[in-house]
Ligand binder design. Structure first.
Ligand SMILES: [Zn+2]
Length: 402
């Protein structure tokens, strides 16, 4: 996940580091932040200030100095990069088997963390349009089948880089980087699980599984792990809404999987969406944020769905000590929900961040080599468990509404 207000400086920083290191002399086609904001910033179009002083803002974002140092010292070497995405992975040891029946035995979030560990240790560097990304998609399909889902309910939706024309503005800076040097496959793919409910109305539950060339524990093995646990839990529940889990590919190069998925739905299918959820970067800070809103002409619209989500979160905080923080402004983050938000749908984004001076969000590990489950567990013991437990409980309650 990245945030619109800081993605530009971050991209510039990243691209400077990257291009200086292994693609010297290549120029990056410019995309002004004005263009980006006009097209994709769904709120605050007239520069309206935040009306609620207590609510965190995304007005600015800064890396910690050590982030910059980490990025600087990172070996952005193309030979290494190729090595990262070589296919297939050679396991140094057999991965732990993740039991599909363990959900009855463990607390919320336990299974998510097992999935995340696996992605972190055995499937790092899930770069968009790489073989590693494909291998990760195949692994997700295997997990769903191991849960007992029939082959007919799991779909792999392949798309080419050209599908990215749907999101040209957002992706162009990164796409030029990738197409310039590192696109290894012509295709990426979404993995889609259909779980029918009593109603045709549906909730899309999304998380991207591609990453930068890091373990990508928070961004976004965390969202994938959460969805896998949820799919496991919901299999035997009586859900009113039809649930569609979408594991998106190629998010990091411009939300391509999300755009492709949305724009390939029929009008009727689009009309039936009552909520789109995106889980992205679930342990990048101390605050567990849920952002639920729809775009009401540049403002954060509330409706019965967002009110219901607020009620659920408040109840969980009171009864289960979950410490969820509601922030409708959080829908401004750039993740797979954006195409849906712009298309008029109600969305809920789950992410975590620190809240610093001035109420700004700061993310601590994403897009750096610190985005590693072992590093995070060492530096902030208990954070991952607390986050996954809270988000898993919230997600389940939201999916069980009728
Ligand atoms: Zn992400």
């Amino acid at each position: 996940m990245s945030k619109l207000k800081f993605i530009i400086p971050c991209l510039i920083l990243l691209l400077v580091v990257v291009f200086t290191s292994f693609n010297p002399g290549t120029s990056v086609p410019g995309t002004s932040s004005g263009e980006l904001l006009q097209e994709y910033y769904p709120h605050n179009a007239e520069g309206q200030p935040n009306t609620d002083p207590n609510e965190p803002t995304h007005e600015a974002y800064e890396y910690e100095p050590e982030d910059v140092q980490a990025a600087d010292s990172e070996v952005f070497d193309y030979d290494d990069y190729e090595e990262y995405v070589e296919y297939p992975v050679e396991y140094t040891e057999e991965p732990e088997f993740i039991s599909p029946f363990a959900d009855m035995l463990h607390t919320h979030g336990y299974l998510s963390e097992r999935f995340i560990e696996h992605l972190n240790d055995y499937l790092p560097n899930r770069v968009s349009f790489s073989y590693r990304e494909l291998e990760t998609a195949q692994w997700i399909v295997e997990q769903l089948k191991a849960m007992g889902y029939e082959a007919e309910s799991v779909e792999i939706q392949e798309f080419s880089l050209e599908a990215g024309h749907l999101s040209t503005r957002v992706q162009s800076p990164l796409r030029s980087f990738y197409t310039g040097s590192a696109i290894l496959r012509d295709y990426s793919q979404n993995v889609i699980l259909h779980l029918p409910g009593r109603s045709n109305q549906k909730i899309i539950v999304g998380a991207h599984y591609d990453s930068f060339y890091y373990p990508g524990a928070s961004d976004n093995a965390s969202g994938v792990g959460l969805l896998l646990e949820s799919a496991m839990r919901m299999r035997y529940r009586d859900n009113y809404f039809t649930l569609v889990y979408v594991f998106f590919g190629a998010e990091e190069v411009g939300l391509i999987g999300a755009y492709y998925y949305l724009y390939n739905l029929s009008d009727e299918e689009r009309d039936n969406i009552v909520l789109m959820i995106s889980a992205d970067c679930l342990f990048d800070g101390a605050y567990m944020v849920y952002a639920a809103a729809y775009d009401a002409n540049g403002r954060y619209g509330t409706n019965t769905m967002t009110e219901s989500i607020d009620q659920i979160a408040r109840r969980l905080n009171t009864e289960h000590n979950t410490a969820l923080t509601g922030s409708p402004r959080g829908v401004n983050v750039v993740s797979d929900h954006l195409p849906f938000l712009v298309d008029g749908h109600t969305v809920m984004v789950l992410f975590s961040a620190d809240i610093i001076e001035g109420g700004r969000f700061r993310m601590r590990v994403f897009h750096s080599d610190r985005d590693d489950i072992h590093y995070i567990n060492n530096r902030w013991p208990g954070r991952i468990e607390a986050s996954l437990r809270s988000f898993s409980m919230l997600l389940e309650e939201v999916l069980l509404q009728d």
